[in-house]
Structure formats: structure tokens, C-alpha cells
Design a protein around this ligand. Structure first.
Ligand SMILES: [Fe+2]
Length: 505
């Protein structure tokens, strides 16, 4: 094996017994980048299996549907420096029906993925550039590797840079082409566009480097665009999420962005956190128009993910995870990967913002200080006041020898009190974003936490992967069921619960 000094120093390439993940593509051994080794090793496996082995406990009979996770899984050796955001999107799904579980995983057949497969090598650069504006589509590879949701009879995969959404079969995970909203999608669609389960509509947003810099819209359950508008921002931004309450949407303008002139000159997108600028939230009626946006100035920060939003009289409330240091100091010892590694050392904590639509007043503050992100809540409560959030604890350098993004524990927050329950996955075991899974037939009349939470874990001690099912009421007791998965799952991004009624129609 080549000298992988940086990777060895930052995270162990080998497990404690000296073994390595043998299913990784051979080219990874040539690249010294911690996000291509250990738990981040790409997998070459596409597989499916029925009647999965239950290692512990019992699969609940009323768990009816699928836990789907998206994530980066690069096929070919990258042309330039590899960023963990770059890998080709792969969907991993575990399906629960009648107390049994099945599994399958497949790459998303994006246009870039198909073109690169035809050529047998990488064509597009990744997030770290150099951006190639002569390439078709986006100047970096649109991998569709970030988010996953169910909409209009299909699974839809999304990319965080606002890219092309892809439709995927609910059962086979076969890619069915672009989701272009019946030909009415004018541009791209960002990850964290979301489906309101009560109104059965897709609330979507897009952002770009040209005026007006952001757009927002709504599609009905059949995929027809029923509302669209431009959102004028002061310049190009990289908003990551959008807040949705029953009657309002909350648009994000965070002071963590890039300089377009510099990007054009250097072909690299350099992110700067402007600590002297406020974070602005644009609150407007869901079907409003650009002139109805009410902007609120808040403390400077960056926000990746919103937990939930709701209304309390004249107030619109947003709960999410906030970072006041989105670009931690780079360690020069990390060489040309130092900025990427620093950026990926995510620092965030649970936070609440309240916006008074009559007076313009803002109240904001911490809910708790623990380093958590990838926060999820009961989807049936979307837009309504909710009490619980299920977050991933982000490991810090102090926890382990890792300086990479890793989820060490599942944390259930009581938003009202800031208290939490916590379950640590174990030494060398890392989790995935864990969505709340309502019981079959559940409604908002049922208790908010009378359901399940699921996650995929990878155990670097033996490179096994499993699915854990938790009783949402009691996270601390650990999983009520552990299911063996047929192969090692690499680190992933977002996940979602899809109802059985939507999968098996
Ligand atoms: Fe995200």
C-alpha cells in the first residue's frame, strides 16, 4: 500500500484487528485522503437481499415502509482533490413489511454517472475544483448524492448544490430519469426541498450565481407547479435548507458564501464567513410573492438543517441546528486538504429563532450546546408545533482520533426543555441520519413520539453494517431491534422514511 500518512493520522484506515474494507475500489489505495478510507471507503457493491437476519429483538409489525439513505460513493478515481461531497450518489434502502425486512442499494444513474461509466473514468471535477465551465450541465459533477424524498409516485434524489432531481422506482431503486415537474421546472431544485404530508405538495427552492440568486416554488401532488417566484438576494448565496410552517416559508440568507469573481478567476469556490454581517431570514406567506417577504436580521451564523417551524399567534418559530463557526481554522499540517478537513469538522447546536410578523421583533437563543446536527422530527408534525428532534452527535477530536465528520450517538431532544436522551453507537461504530418513522396508520392525533427511529451503522471493528430500530419514546435503552445488512455501507448523508402505502400501491 502507498504511504497514506494523512489518512492514517486522521482516521484509521485499518480496523483494530488489522483488516481493511476489502470491497473498496483499488484506486483508493493510491490517494492519501481520509475521506476515501476507513468508514469512508467507497463500496463497489450493488446488491439486494430478502428476509434479513435479525440479530437482536424483533421487527415491529407496525413498521411498514422503507428507510432510505442517500450518500456519496465514487466509482472512478477523481481527477483532482477529492471532497467527501463528491461521490456518485447511491441509495441504500431497507424495507419493512409484515415483521420482515429486505434490502437493496443502487447507484443513482445521473447523467454524469452514465457519461463517466461510458468513458470508464472521471470527467467532472468535484467541489474543490477547478470548476470547468465548458462541461455540459454544472461546472462540477452533479452527483444527486445528498437528499432523498418520496414525491408523486417516486423516490426523488437531490443534490445540495441545487441540481437535477432524479426519479427512482420506489421498490427496485432503478433510476427513471429527471424529475422535471411535468416539464415545468425552470431551473434546478435544491436538497431539502420538502413534501408537506398534510397538503401533499412539494415546497422547493433553487439558488444560483446570477440575479436574483434564489427562486422558490410549490408543486401539487401530481407534480404540477402551482406557485413560483424569484427571491432577490444581495448576492450569490449557498442556503442549505428552507423552513416551512403551516402558512409561511422561511428563506435563509446566511453570511457564509463565495465570491463569484474569484470563482471565475481561480475556478475554485472559496467560502468565507462574514462575521460582521447578519444572518437574514425572509418570512413570507407560503403562496406569497416577492414583495411580501419580511426580512429579519439575526446573529451571524450558518445553518445546515431545520428541525421544524410553526406559528404561535403573531410569531413564526424556527428550530434548527446553528453553527457560529462554519469555517474552523485549518491545520497547515493537513496540506492541500486542510480547508476541506476544517470545513467538515462540523460545529453546531440546537437553536430557536422566533419572528414577530407584526412588530418585526426577533427572539433567538440556544436550546442546548451539545455538538449535534442532521436533526429530524416527526414528519406528521411538519409546520405544526413539535416537541422532539432526533439528532446525530457529531464527534469531536476530543472523542476519538478522528478529525473527520462522524456520527457517534443518537440524541433525542425535548425542544421545550433542552433536555435530551442519548445512545452512543459504541467504540468504532458510526451512525447515519436517523429519521422518525411513524407507525402504520399514525396521525397527528397520536403521541408525537409513539413511533420508531431507524439508522444504519457501520462497525469499523469488523466492517459489518446493521440497521438499528429504536422505540422513539426511549432512545437511551438502545435499539429494540438490530438487523444484519448484507454488506458494508460507506458514510452517508440524508435519509427519509417512506410509507408502505406509498411503496406498495
Ligand atoms: Fe443537508
Amino acid at each position: 500500500m502507498s504511504n497514506l500518512e494523512l489518512s492514517e493520522r486522521i482516521i484509521s484506515v485499518r480496523a483494530k484487528d488489522g483488516s481493511t474494507a476489502t470491497d473498496a475500489p483499488a484506486w483508493t489505495a493510491e490517494i492519501d485522503n481520509p475521506y476515501l478510507h476507513g468508514v469512508y471507503s467507497p463500496s463497489t457493491v450493488e446488491t439486494e437481499a430478502d428476509n434479513l437476519k435479525v440479530i437482536r429483538g424483533k421487527i415491529p409489525d407496525d413498521l411498514h415502509g422503507a428507510y432510505l439513505r442517500n450518500g456519496p460513493n465514487p466509482v472512478f478515481k477523481p481527477r483532482f482533490n477529492h471532497h467527501p461531497f463528491d461521490g456518485d450518489g447511491m441509495l441504500y434502502g431497507i424495507y419493512f413489511k409484515d415483521g420482515k425486512a429486505s434490502y437493496r442499494n443502487r447507484w443513482i444513474q445521473t447523467e454524469a454517472h452514465i457519461k463517466e461509466a461510458d468513458k470508464g473514468e472521471s470527467i467532472w471535477p468535484g467541489v474543490m475544483g477547478p470548476f470547468d465551465f465548458d462541461l455540459p450541465g454544472f461546472p462540477i459533477k452533479d452527483t444527486s448524492n445528498t437528499d432523498v424524498m418520496y414525491f408523486n409516485d417516486h423516490i426523488v434524489s437531490l443534490w445540495y448544490n441545487a441540481g437535477t432531481p432524479y426519479k427512482v422506482d420506489t421498490q427496485t431503486l432503478e433510476t427513471k430519469g429527471r424529475e422535471n415537474l411535468n416539464g415545468q421546472l425552470k431551473r434546478a431544485l435544491s436538497a431539502h426541498s420538502k413534501v408537506d404530508p398534510e397538503k401533499d405538495e412539494l415546497v422547493f427552492f433553487d439558488y444560483f450565481d446570477e440575479f436574483p440568486y434564489m427562486s422558490y416554488g410549490i408543486a401539487d401532488k401530481n407534480g404540477n407547479v402551482i406557485h413560483e417566484q424569484d427571491i432577490e438576494l444581495p448576492g450569490p448565496r449557498l442556503p442549505h435548507d428552507i423552513g416551512v410552517s403551516q402558512n409561511f416559508v422561511i428563506l435563509h440568507d446566511c453570511p457564509f458564501f463565495h465570491d463569484v469573481e474569484l470563482l471565475e478567476k481561480t475556478k475554485k469556490r472559496v467560502m468565507t464567513f462574514h462575521r460582521d454581517m447578519p444572518t437574514r431570514f425572509g418570512v413570507q406567506p407560503r403562496y406569497g410573492n416577492g414583495s411580501e417577504v419580511k426580512w429579519f436580521d439575526c446573529e451571524p451564523c450558518y445553518i445546515l438543517h431545520v428541525v421544524n417551524c410553526w406559528e404561535e399567534g403573531d410569531w413564526v418559530v424556527q428550530v434548527g441546528c446553528r453553527s457560529t463557526n462554519p469555517m474552523p481554522k485549518a491545520d497547515p499540517e493537513d496540506g492541500n486538504l486542510s480547508h476541506m478537513l476544517a470545513y467538515m469538522r462540523l460545529e453546531a447546536n440546537m437553536y430557536v429563532w422566533k419572528f414577530n410578523m407584526k412588530t418585526g421583533e426577533v427572539i433567538e437563543g440556544d436550546i442546548d450546546s451539545l455538538n449535534t446536527e442532521f436533526c429530524r422530527s416527526n414528519p406528521l408534525y411538519m409546520g405544526y408545533k413539535s416537541q422532539y428532534s432526533y439528532n446525530q452527535y457529531i464527534m469531536t477530536k476530543e472523542d476519538d482520533n478522528t478529525g473527520t465528520l462522524a456520527f457517534g450517538a443518537l440524541v433525542k431532544y425535548d425542544i421545550d426543555s433542552g433536555e435530551y436522551q442519548r445512545y452512543d453507537y459504541g467504540d468504532g461504530v458510526f451512525g447515519s441520519e436517523a429519521p422518525y418513522c411513524p407507525k402504520q396508520g399514525a396521525t397527528r392525533n397520536d403521541a408525537e413520539d409513539d413511533g420508531y427511529v431507524t439508522t444504519f451503522v457501520v462497525d469499523s471493528n469488523d466492517w459489518s453494517s446493521s440497521c438499528l430500530i429504536f422505540d422513539a419514546k426511549n432512545i437511551t435503552q438502545g435499539p429494540i431491534c438490530t438487523i444484519e445488512l448484507p454488506h458494508r455501507l460507506p458514510f452517508g448523508f440524508h435519509s427519509n422514511w417512506v410509507r408502505g402505502e406509498d411503496i406498495w400501491k
